[in-house]
Design a protein around this ligand. Structure first.
Ligand code: SAJ
Length: 424
């Protein structure tokens, strides 16, 4: 294998293309977005991921990665385009369809095509294969076809691409074997071969398992609030059981994977996916619960100002896609509440509808009530002294960032945690 073509240069496609290029392959990286192609060709980068800019620019500079708007003939094609969902929660497969169509004119005998995009089960067989066969070549006979999802965690992509175990599902055993040989170029983790539909299910099962686990943590939080129990303490103790590992409650589940992928299983098998759907509904209802907690604690303050700390979809990343923190903030704004926000990872002009302060002390000075919506490490360091200038001394902590509430109470600051509201 000498030359590969990676279609889609987003959070997964660009690191993957760069990694292959850094390990001796000639790579053509393709994206339909002008801005992405121009930015990369001008020495820049369009996404933040530690180490990625340096790696991508190094391989572009060496000529091992060429960035273009159109595919070229190659030995292998990797499709890494987004699969968002439609408003009715069904998978939007338009990008996969058009990326696959874009390959057809360049496909030739002996090629390998790999779909990486998270997709509903049977996509490789029922959507990708027929499109590729418009080339008059037969999948599994004239060319090889496989599905291989990524498993990397944003913020650790370059490390996890190499070290994580990887699954590769071929439409024939030979397709899986060819795929394994390709990824072995840089993957050090185990590469497990299976069939394409199993590999599609594996990807969806991994993220759905996490979603259901978070949903139960959130449900435990709601019950704990009624029972006068601190759910964070209860989970910590329960997790000392050698076979229990409950994840953390919070203001909801965001990002472009865990909040979306379970719906692909609901779409594929609606009658059976009852628990999966319920978990999604529980997690999606958390922002409303946070808003209700805020309203409960406003104590009739006239024209209150709420300070929202954190806007990203999770801690210590700059990604705001499907962020529950933003959902909470917008819901408060829709209710006519005056909201100011602060996030060390989000620029002040990033969102039109939310006023973002550049300095956290401005939020303290103006807010009647603070809500911690993301557990960024920066917020762990907050001390009661920082709040002396705050208008009111009330904090709702949705991420269990504030420990030792007694210390805060002594300083006159009341801290209420999600999952720990005492019975009145
Ligand atoms: N969250 C909680 N409680 C927790 C853990 C997470 O409420 O205990 C929330 C986060 O705050 C965030 C959301 O869930 O809003 C998702 O965060 P995450 O860290 O669980 O997952 P992602 O979306 O950043 O990445 C996941 C990973 N999947 C798994 O861990 C099974 C990653 O490995 C996948 O590659 C990625 O989805 C993907 O692309 O599918």
């Amino acid at each position: 294998m000498d030359k590969i073509c990676v279609i889609g240069l987003g959070y997964i496609g660009l690191p993957t293309a760069s990694m292959f290029a850094a390990n001796g392959l000639q790579v053509v990286g393709v994206d339909i977005n002008d801005r992405i192609v121009t930015t990369l060709n001008n020495g820049g980068i369009h996404i933040f991921e530690p180490g990625l800019k340096e790696l991508a620019q190094k391989v572009i500079h060496l000529g091992n990665l060429c960035v273009s708007k159109v595919p070229e003939e190659a030995d292998a094609f990797i499709i890494a385009v987004p699969t968002p969902f439609n408003t009715d929660k069904t998978a939007d497969m338009r990008a996969v369809k058009s990326a696959t169509q874009a390959i057809v004119p360049y496909l030739s005998e002996g090629n390998l095509v790999i779909l990486e995009s998270t997709s509903p089960p049977l996509t490789t067989l029922n959507l990708v294969k027929p499109i590729l066969e418009q080339s008059e070549l037969q999948a599994g006979v004239d060319f090889y076809l496989a599905y291989s999802p990524e498993r990397v965690l944003p913020g650790r992509i370059l490390t996890e691409l190499v070290e994580n175990a990887r699954v590769i599902g071929g439409i024939t055993p030979e397709s899986a074997k060819r795929g394994k040989d390709l990824y072995a170029t840089f993957v050090k983790g185990e590469i497990v071969e299976t069939d394409a539909t199993t590999a599609e299910m594996v990807k969806l099962m991994e993220n759905t398992y996490r979603d259901v686990n978070i949903a139960i943590a959130n449900e435990f939080a709601l019950i704990s609030e009624k029972m006068g129990v601190n759910v964070w303490e209860a989970i910590e103790i329960a997790n000392r059981h050698p076979r229990v590992n409950i994840l953390k409650p919070g203001p909801g589940v965001g990002g472009h994977c865990i909040a979306i992928d379970p719906w692909f299983l609901v779409e594929a098998s609606p009658k059976e996916a009852k628990l999966i759907k319920q978990a999604r509904l529980v997690n999606d209802a958390m922002p409303d619960h946070v808003v209700a907690l805020v309203e409960e604690h406003l104590d009739g303050v006239k024209a209150p100002v709420i300070g929202c700390l954190g806007l990203t979809y999770k801690a210590n990343v700059d990604d705001i896609r499907e962020s529950p923190a933003i959902a909470v903030t917008k819901k408060l704004i829709q209710k006519g509440v005056n909201v100011i926000a602060y996030d060390p990872y989000v620029k002040s002009d990033a969102l039109h509808s939310i006023k973002i302060e550049t300095n956290i002390t401005d939020v303290f000075q103006k807010a009647d009530l603070l809500i911690i919506l993301v557990g960024h490490n920066d917020f762990n360091e907050l001390q009661p002294e920082d709040f002396i200038e705050m208008r009111s001394h009330k904090i709702i902590d949705c991420c269990n960032v504030i420990q030792r509430k007694d210390k805060w109470e002594v300083s006159g600051i009341s801290v209420y945690s999600l999952g720990d509201f005492k019975i009145n």
